[in-house]
Ligand binder design. Structure first.
Ligand code: PBG
Length: 333
């Protein structure tokens, strides 16, 4: 034990106590940069837990009212609303009706939590009987989503949400030209001030499984690979999608899912450092941690904070997460 190394450089000097560790902290997860997804369905007194997503509920409008007041008080950045209509049809009419569930949800949100940022997911899949993200047509002997007709539907959905008082819209259907169409529709009707957060980089991912239970939006046939991105495509495909959406007027860009795509978050952030970047900590990412924590195999709070920190470090300024309230409570405590 008589060896005495000479070590002029000792990284541990800056790790030795909480004070010095705090001094060199770079990244922080804060509630005001988080957006909480909420599922809204018809009825009253409904607070129905989603079996594959413990702690996440489908709420009726009266329950939503309470929820958004709590979220506003917690200082969370915003909510993103998903509607589950009573009746679904081929084109998702409920989403285009001023009395539909999503329009009701927006009004409840703005009435009860006027300071809270209210965002809506703009897509057809929760509202169509077939569960696809647009209306269908026969193309060369197979059924596929009709891109350009869907744009018209998305435009109409957005206008209904805008009239109801939404603060920001988030198109998620991965239709070509969706941002441009929505921007045009909004601008023509005096909503040029409403920002668009585009799900610009959205992969066809198995991590959305539990969400489709929550939103009752699983495709009734086939899958979403004819419109969502291929996970095995060259990474730079993401940049093309971002460029397109920016040129069509997107204000905030989203990468989704988050955890298995942190390389893409970093790539987009480095390529467009001036553009606000969001990532969606999706349902499958939530369920995996919940399941392991329920077994006592991992510590939920630490793992969640570490996960959200990784997304922040990768370059996401905004995170959509089902844990937004938990983060607010645990940081506050
Ligand atoms: C589509 C939409 C989906 C999610 C958000 N918006 C599902 C899909 O593309 O099938 C998934 C979110 C999650 O998994 O948490 N409207």
């Amino acid at each position: 034990m008589d060896y005495e190394p000479y070590l002029p450089v000792r990284p541990r000097r800056l790790r030795q106590n909480p004070a010095v560790r705090k001094l060199v902290t770079e990244y922080r997860v804060t509630p005001e940069r988080l957006i909480l997804p909420l599922f809204v369905r018809e009825g009253s007194g409904v607070r129905q837990e989603i079996p594959s997503m413990p702690g996440v509920f489908q709420l009726s409008p009266d329950q939503l009212a309470e929820e958004v007041r709590e979220v506003q008080d917690l200082g969370i950045g915003g909510v993103i609303l998903f509607g589950i209509p009573e009746k679904k049809d081929e084109v998702g009419s409920d989403a285009m009706s001023p009395d539909g569930i999503i329009a009701q949800a927006v009004r409840v949100c703005k009435k009860n939590a006027p300071e809270l940022l209210c965002v809506t997911d703009v897509c057809c899949c929760e509202y169509t009987s077939h569960g696809h993200c647009g209306c269908l047509k026969e193309i060369g002997g197979r059924t596929d989503v009709d891109n350009d007709t869907t744009l018209e539907l998305l435009k109409r959905q957005t206008l209904v949400q805008a009239e109801a008082g939404v603060d920001m819209v988030a198109p998620s259907g991965m239709m070509d030209g969706m941002v441009g169409a929505i921007r045009e529709g909004l601008d023509e009707h005096g909503f040029e001030h409403l920002p668009i957060m585009s799900y610009a980089v959205k992969y066809a991912s198995a991590f959305y499984g539990p969400f489709r239970d929550a939103a009752e939006s699983a495709p009734q046939f086939g899958d979403r690979r004819s419109y969502q991105m291929a996970p095995d495509a060259v990474a730079e495909t993401a940049l093309r999608e971002v460029e397109l959406d920016l040129s069509e007027g997107a204000d905030i860009i989203m990468v989704k899912p988050a955890l298995a795509y942190l390389d893409i978050v970093r790539l987009v952030h480095d390529s467009f450092p001036e553009v606000p970047l969001a990532t969606y900590n999706v349902s499958g990412e939530y369920s995996m941690i919940k399941a392991a924590a329920a077994q006592g195999w991992i510590d939920e709070k630490s793992v969640v904070l570490e996960t959200l920190l990784a997304m922040t470090r990768a370059g996401a300024g905004i995170i959509l997460t089902y844990w937004a309230k938990d983060v607010a409570y645990s940081i506050g405590s």
